[in-house]
Design a binder for this molecule. Structure first.
Ligand SMILES: [Ca+2]
Ligand SMILES: [Ca+2]
Ligand SMILES: [Ca+2]
Length: 450
C-alpha cells in the first residue's frame, strides 16, 4: 500500500514538472538493447530495459513507447496506459516464458496495445482481458493449448476492441483465435488464419441479458477441424447463447481440413434470453455449412453471398429473415429441420429448399428460385436465370442483361441501405428507359450500378 502511494506521488511530481515545461504527457520509452530500468525512461536516450519498468513509470493515460527487440516478460496494463511499438510488429515481440504477454486485470481500463508480436504459453492467451483495452495492429503467431485463444476477453472486458490484428496458428490443432464473453466488444478488420474457432462469442455463463458484439470486415481463412478426430467442430465465427451479434462484411473463405462451418449461431434453453444475430454483406464461400443456425434464435441476413459451400443454411428451431441474399453453387442451398420460420425476400436461391423437419413456415416474396409453384417453401416469384457476370470465376454480380435487376421488393429500403459492394440500395437499373429513373431494389446480394 505504501509502495503504491509512493508511485502515485512521484507520478504526480513528474506530471507537474512536465506540465511546467509545456509538455503534458509523461510517456516512457523502453529499449531492450540500450535501456536500463534505473534510467528515467522519459526519453529514448534514457530508456528502460523492460516494458514492466516503462509501464510503472508512465503516468495515467500515457504511452509506453517500445523499441524493436524481444521482451521475455509478462506485462500488466491499467490506468488507461498504452503500449505502442516504435518499429515493426514483426521485430517487437513480447513473449514470456510462462503466462500471457499482456494482461488487463478485472476492473482496469487500459489504453491501446499497438503494433507488437504477442505470444502466450500453453494455456495462457497471448492477451488476457478482464478489463477494457484496444488491441490493435498486432501479430499473434504463438502455439497454444487446445481451446485456448490468442485473444481472450473475459466478462470484465466490456467494450474491448480488437482491430487490424493478424492471427495465425503455427500448429493447426484446436486453438482459438479470438474468444469473447464480454458485452460491447468490437472485432474488426482482423486477418485470422488457421484456427479451430476463429472468432467465438460465448455467453455460456448467461451473465448479462443484453450481450452485444460487433464482428465486421474480418478475413477468416483456414478454419479447420482438429487433426486426428472430430469433424464439424470448426467455425469461422461461432456465436453461442444469449448474444446480440452484428456480423457485417466479413469474408469467410478458403477453409482448411475437415468440415468447418462459416458462421454458427446457437441458442440456449428456451427460457434463456433469445440469441439474435444480424448479418450483412458477408461472403461465405467454400465451407461445409456456410450458416448453421439452431436453437431458439432469430437471425437476419441482408445482402450476404453464400456460394460454393456444401450447405448454405442448415437450420432448426429458428426464425430467419433473409433479404437480398444470393445462394449460388452450393450442393444444397437450405436444409430446414423442425420449427423454422423462413421469410425470404428479394433473394436468389438455386436449389429446391429441403424440408427435412416439421412445423416449417416459409414466406417467400420477390425472390428467384427453381420453382414458381408447390408448397410455400417452393414457391418463388421467378425462376429466371440470375444472369451472373461469371459464376465460374466466382463473380456473382448481376450482368447488365440480368432479368433480376429492378425485380426485388418495390418498397423503399431503409435510408442508408447498401448492397454487398457498398452500392446504395436501391438504384435504378438499365431497363428500356435507361438508368436514372425511380430506384428499385434488385434480387440478390448485388444492386446493379449503371
Ligand atoms: Ca496451435
Ligand atoms: Ca435496382
Ligand atoms: Ca453492386
Amino acid at each position: 500500500m505504501s509502495r503504491a502511494r509512493l508511485v502515485l506521488s512521484s507520478a504526480t511530481v513528474c506530471g507537474s514538472l512536465a506540465l511546467a515545461s509545456g509538455a503534458s504527457a509523461a510517456d516512457t520509452y523502453v529499449n531492450a538493447a540500450t535501456g536500463h530500468d534505473t534510467a528515467t525512461c522519459k526519453t529514448p536516450a534514457h530508456a528502460c530495459k523492460t516494458i514492466r519498468a516503462g509501464v510503472k513509470k508512465a503516468g495515467a493515460a500515457d504511452t509506453v513507447h517500445v523499441a524493436s527487440g524481444i521482451y521475455p516478460e509478462r506485462v500488466t496494463l491499467r490506468a488507461r496506459k498504452s503500449l505502442v511499438a516504435s518499429g515493426k510488429a514483426s521485430a517487437t515481440t513480447i513473449a514470456p516464458g510462462s503466462g500471457s504477454a499482456v494482461t488487463v486485470p478485472e476492473g482496469a481500463n487500459a489504453g491501446a496495445i499497438d503494433g507488437f508480436t504477442l505470444r502466450g504459453v500453453t494455456s495462457a492467451p497471448a492477451v488476457s482481458l478482464s478489463g477494457r483495452a484496444t488491441i490493435r495492429r498486432n501479430v499473434f503467431d504463438g502455439d497454444l493449448s487446445d481451446y485456448v485463444a490468442d485473444v481472450r476477453i473475459f466478462p470484465g472486458g466490456t467494450h474491448a476492441r480488437v482491430l487490424r490484428n493478424h492471427l495465425t496458428d503455427p500448429d493447426p490443432d484446436r486453438q482459438y483465435g479470438i474468444h469473447t464473453s464480454a458485452d460491447g466488444v468490437t472485432i474488426s478488420k482482423n486477418r485470422i488464419d488457421g484456427f479451430l474457432s476463429s472468432v467465438e462469442v460465448n455467453n455460456g455463463s448467461f451473465q448479462t441479458p443484453r450481450f452485444s458484439t460487433v464482428i465486421s470486415r474480418n478475413t477468416i481463412t483456414g478454419a479447420h477441424d482438429p487433426p486426428g478426430g472430430g469433424s464439424g467442430l470448426a467455425h469461422g465465427i461461432f456465436v453461442f447463447v444469449a448474444a446480440k451479434v452484428t456480423i457485417t462484411r466479413n469474408r469467410i473463405v478458403q477453409p482448411g481440413a475437415g468440415l468447418p462451418t462459416g458462421i454458427d449461431v446457437s441458442g440456449g434453453l428456451p427460457d434463456d434470453p433469445r440469441t439474435i444475430a444480424h448479418l450483412h454483406a458477408n461472403r461465405i464461400i467454400g465451407m461445409d455449412h456456410a450458416l448453421s443456425l439452431n436453437g431458439d434464435i432469430t437471425v437476419s441476413l441482408d445482402s450476404d453471398l453464400v456460394a460454393s459451400n456444401f450447405t448454405g443454411i442448415y437450420t432448426g428451431q429458428a426464425t430467419i429473415n433473409a433479404t437480398n441474399v444470393t445462394f449460388a453453387d452450393n450442393s444444397k442451398d437450405m436444409e430446414l429441420f423442425s420449427d423454422v420460420t423462413l421469410r425470404l425476400d428479394s433473394s436468389i436461391v438455386e436449389d429446391a429448399i429441403q424440408e427435412t423437419g416439421t412445423n416449417l413456415t416459409c414466406v417467400i416474396t420477390y425472390s428467384r428460385g427453381p420453382t414458381t409453384s408447390g408448397d410455400p417453401c417452393q414457391t418463388f416469384q421467378t425462376s429466371a436465370d440470375p444472369g451472373f457476370v461469371d459464376a465460374a470465376l466466382g463473380d456473382y454480380h448481376l450482368a447488365s442483361g440480368s432479368a433480376l435487376i429492378d425485380k426485388g421488393n418495390p418498397t423503399a429500403p431503409p435510408s442508408g441501405s447498401q448492397d454487398i459492394d457498398g452500392d446504395a440500395r436501391a438504384l435504378d437499373g438499365p431497363d428500356g428507359g435507361g438508368c436514372g429513373g425511380a430506384p428499385r431494389r434488385d434480387i440478390g446480394a448485388d444492386e446493379y450500378r449503371c
